[in-house]
Ligand binder design. Structure first.
Ligand code: HEM
Length: 496
């Protein structure tokens, strides 16, 4: 019998090795607890080929039809538990709040944070930063009168700016983002910026670009294969470049404030953090570090700008599409506020139709359709599944907002769903634009205040119209993955 050549033995060994590696890679995920069902993953690729990178949510919703409202999908070799519909999301985020309160990475976005700042922190760091941020925002008037006045001042500046358009069509994107951004700037940095300030304009463009980039196909690719894509040049690095520019702006501001702060009389969020850093400087395990200050400021600044301005922009587009809704809001404004004085928060509970419309805008625009990704903080029994500690969890808020078991004709824009038979405002369970549970949006009350004051003030002053026929306006988002971005459009404002 002829002996095998060394080359063929090596080839055979190599083949055996490949088979072993593939078998291990193939089998490994199934040993991770008793995860919910889902499509069979390919070794290393996971379910990559089954996910539409342009619309991940659509693919997940398709899988839900087959596997049920709690399913597992593999991003590369990482299992992600996906929660669909109001019941599953509420059971996890609210009823088992502690277990689902961890934050997962979104590599294309979180890599620049390295676990610093409240949004991407976990464990004790997150608890300390969240408590500090909430208290400090509250002390600077969030939910109090002073911040209401601050927003009203900014509303006046915005109205003056909008007045300058004199009825000509314009894209409202940066007018809105600069006004909204100024509110959070005054809380975080202690000052607003002139709308013509070049750095401020550039910063707002960067924030928009950063938000949009997080939803692009290239970011989804990066999120699935971060190790490989980090080493390859390409468009997936664009978002990170924007983040780096925003970080350097914030670092510069912090340096300036460090030089001038009066630790006995802090004036804004950054000052308060600097006081805390000083108090804890002997504590080697302190979380009040420069990294957490820079990233925490970035979190507030970014979250406080893009979310609210995107919602307003979507809201105004929806009103262009449905002029009858706009007419009803005009009527309510005239009846409750009149045309002279500026809107206040006390007006809201007397304006159920406007309140209902704002809720419907938030439900329908659904700007963070997957919320931010969560992670289990311990091995967790959920329904009949055992989800191991550290498993990523996507609560699909989109499936809460468009849950047919909770909302009649969820695809339609119907403000009346938030009104009872007497025309009074009526809450809906399946309304979670700020998410729910322990990670619920930290800026919710500030956001709700800004949405109401900016929205009603613009409508009190102007009639919104579109240079194209409403029937030709599309409400389909331009990008819909991590964030939803409404299509660009032209707006005409006619003084009332
Ligand atoms: C319309 C406006 C807004 C919407 C729709 C919104 C929505 C959200 C959502 C869905 C989350 C994820 C919650 C989760 O992990 O389950 C979140 C987190 C967060 N939001 Fe907002 N947000 C808005 C405005 C704001 C504002 C104005 C601020 C800042 C003052 C802010 C600061 C934050 C922070 C810091 C977190 C992270 C909380 C944590 O991880 O503990 N947001 N927001």
């Amino acid at each position: 019998m002829e002996l095998a050549s060394p080359a063929s033995v090596s080839l055979l060994l190599l083949l055996c090795l490949c088979c072993m590696v593939l078998t291990v890679a193939w089998k490994r995920p199934y040993h991770r607890g008793q995860l919910p069902p889902g499509p069979a993953p390919l070794p290393l690729l996971g379910n990559f080929l089954q996910l539409d990178r342009k619309d991940v949510i659509k693919s997940l919703k398709k899988m839900r039809k087959r596997y049920g409202p709690v399913l597992t999908v593999y991003l590369g070799s990482r299992p992600v538990v996906v929660l669909c519909g109001y019941k599953a999301v509420k059971e996890a985020l609210v009823d088992q709040a502690e277990q689902f309160s961890g934050r997962a990475e979104i590599p294309a976005f979180s890599k620049d944070f390295n676990g610093h700042g409240v949004v991407f922190a976990n464990g004790d760091r997150w608890k300390q930063l969240r408590r500090f941020s909430l208290t400090t925002l509250r002390n600077f008037g969030m939910g109090k009168r002073s911040i209401e006045e601050r927003i009203q001042e900014e509303v006046q500046c915005l109205l003056e700016e909008l007045q300058k358009t004199k009825g000509a069509p314009f894209d409202p994107i940066f007018n809105l983002s600069r006004a909204v951004s100024n509110v959070i700037c005054s809380i975080v940095f202690g000052n607003r910026f002139d709308y013509e300030d070049e750095k401020f304009i550039a910063l707002n463009k960067l924030i928009f670009k950063r938000f949009r980039a997080a939803g692009l196909t290239s970011a989804q690719l990066y999120n699935t294969f971060p190790g490989i894509l980090e080493k390859i040049p390409g468009p997936h690095h664009m978002g990170s470049k924007c983040s780096q520019e925003i970080i350097s702006f914030i670092s510069e501001r912090i340096k300036m404030q460090q030089a001038t702060v009066d630790l006995n009389d802090p004036q804004n969020f950054i000052d308060c953090f600097l006081v805390k850093m000083e108090e804890e400087k002997q504590n080697p395990a302190t979380e009040f570090s420069l990294e957490n200050l820079v990233m925490g400021t970035f979190n507030l600044f970014f979250a406080g700008t893009e979310t609210i301005s995107t919602t307003l922009r979507y809201g105004f587009l929806i009103l262009l599409k449905y002029p009858q809704v706009q007419a009803k809001i005009h009527q309510e404004i005239d009846a409750v506020i009149g045309r002279e004085r500026i809107p206040t928060m006390d007006d809201r509970h007397k304006m159920p139709y406007t309140d209902a419309t704002l809720h419907e805008i938030q439900r329908f625009s659904d700007i963070l359709p997957m919320s931010l990704p969560h992670m289990t903080t311990r091995d967790t029994w959920f329904r009949e599944y055992l989800i191991p500690k550290g498993t990523y969890v996507y609560p699909l808020l989109n499936t809460v907002h468009f849950d047919p078991e909770e909302h009649r004709n969820p695809e339609d824009f119907i403000p009346e769903r938030f009104l009872d038979a007497n025309g009074c405002f009526q809450k809906q369970n399946a309304f979670m634009p700020f998410s729910a549970g322990k990670r619920v949006c930290l800026g919710e009350s500030l956001a709700r205040m800004e949405l109401f004051l900016f929205f009603t003030a613009v409508l009190q002053r102007f009639v919104l119209s579109s240079p194209v026929d409403p029937s030709r306006l599309s409400l389909v988002p331009d990008v819909s993955n991590l964030g939803k971005v409404p299509p660009r459009y032209q707006l005409c404002l006619l003084r009332r």
